[in-house]
Design a protein around this ligand. Sequence first.
Ligand SMILES: [Zn+2]
Length: 219
Amino acid sequence: MESIKIIHRQTNHLYLRLCADGSIRITAPTGLSHSCIMDFLKKHQAWIQKRRKMLPPLPTYSYKDGEKHLFLGRSYELYIKFSTKNSYEIKDSAIILYVKDDTVNKEILFTAAMKNELNIILNTLLHKWCPIMKVTPSSISVKTMKTRWGSCTYQTKRLHFSLDLISKPMPYIELVVVHELTHLMEPSHNRHFHKLMSHYLPEYRKLQRDLQRLPKEFR
Ligand SMILES: [Zn+2]
């Protein structure tokens, strides 16, 4: 199924964006009908198809020995070893999955390992940034996200982070953490938000731009 996200905004124009994962983002004027937006989408189908073909192919993994995976922006080789219990270890440039037997679902084990690693990093970054920014989230969670790197529920102060961040170099994870923490002070992407961001991370615009171009591991 096609992933389309429609954002209504105080604007006079319709904007169409094709994201790195092939999903579509449309920014539309507040109040514009759904059928108008769908007509607009239909008109641009040829352009979307053409652009989709230019996107790098989705990685598919078999979770076999020697397979390469992105971890913190670097390529790691995966190894499967038998052990008394299911676990994992990351050392040098290798991610080792320990499995009890061959029936273990390696994709689930690998995903859980990456989720655990990201949680550790997020907690370290929150430990650093919460006192600086004088904000504290009520909880954090990691999940696969199609079009976003993170989200913040302003009312409940809950933060969510995309699992794919674990494939990115540390400065980009830090960018997303600071971005979501800033939302605890300012829910919208207005002038105040950008002022706060440039105060805490002066290079945030460049990081934001570069993050969109990096290859994805989890979608
Ligand atoms: Zn935001």
